[in-house]
Design a binder for this molecule. Structure first.
Ligand code: GUN
Length: 283
């Protein structure tokens, strides 16, 4: 079997076209969706992600700005800036790029963002809403993964989904979203025993561990769907996923590549959430 590639870049382009119409429609009501991205320090990967978010926002007509802050900023100073953004009526979405420097408690920052402007879907109120299946901002990467599966009419209900990785940003919420879609979900992590035995049972395998090319066909059941969330830059500058693509594609039915896979979908769902925030705040 040679897997069909789920191209996140193409799906993202289609969805952005639709969003452009939605934004034009909002403009006729004098609503300009506005996203503010806060970047602390100069982590090269974060700088690149943040610029990608700004560029994509502009493509669909969302106004966006990046607030760049020094690595040395205190938690209180950052909280003050977020408070001002919460109060600012022109701002619909607030995203604080992670990771943050050590002196800042990430959870304090996430919880300081107005849940109505939390386009990352990281605030505990929004996570709680997601867990109970209510309408809310869904975290962008997990939401993008669901859209990728749906774009190929891949059935989720009743499937055994195995997730490698349990981060708050990807692993945990993607399992919850797939559970909401009636999948049977198994979480694996660094302390999991007999990993290969478990991953071999997956109908859908989601890999989000942040280590390059570690999951090959030995971990994958024939015909499984493989979703690669990893974005790793090798020493030679090449971007690669957590999955050994060439090996995995020999046994999978569908596979997401890196680049042009989950990454572009994360940004696209951020745009979706920003438009949703603008509509709800201006209602
Ligand atoms: N860092 C890596 N991924 C993300 C994300 O989805 N949102 C934020 N805010 N920071 C990140």
């Amino acid at each position: 079997m040679v897997a069909e590639v789920i191209n996140g870049k193409e799906l993202s382009a289609e969805m952005k076209k639709q969003m452009r119409y939605e934004v034009e429609n909002l403009l006729t009501q004098q609503i300009i969706p506005h996203l503010t991205v806060v970047l602390v320090g100069n982590n090269p990967a974060s700088m690149s992600y943040v610029n990608g978010k700004k560029r994509a926002s502009e493509e669909v007509g969302i106004q966006s700005e990046i607030i760049e802050l020094p690595d040395s900023i205190s938690e209180n100073e950052l909280l003050k800036i977020i408070h001002q953004l919460n109060q600012n009526k022109a701002v619909h979405g607030i995203l604080v790029q992670l990771p943050l420097p050590k002196q800042i408690n990430v959870q304090h920052i996430i919880e300081s963002i107005d849940p109505k402007k939390d386009v990352d879907g990281f605030h505990p109120i929004n996570i709680g809403r997601m867990m109970t299946g209510q309408d809310t901002f869904l975290p962008c990467t997990p939401y993008g993964i669901i859209k990728m599966l749906q774009s190929k009419n891949i059935t989720i209900e009743g499937k055994h989904v195995v997730i490698l990785g349990r981060s708050n940003i990807v692993g945990k919420p993607v399992g919850q979203l797939l559970l909401n879609e009636n999948a049977t979900v198994t979480y694996c992590h660094s302390k999991t025993k007999n990993l290969q035995e478990i991953t071999k049972q997956a109908d859908i395998l989601v890999v989000a561990i942040g280590r390059p090319n570690v999951i090959n066909k030995e971990y994958i059941k024939n015909g499984a769907v493989v979703i690669d969330v990893g974005i790793n830059r090798l020493e030679n500058g090449i971007l690669t996923g957590d999955v050994d693509f060439d090996s995995a594609k020999e046994v999978a039915s569908y596979i997401t590549p890196v680049p042009r896979g989950v990454g572009p979908m994360t940004i696209t769902m951020l745009l979706h959430n920003t438009i949703k925030a603008a509509k709800e705040i201006e209602k």
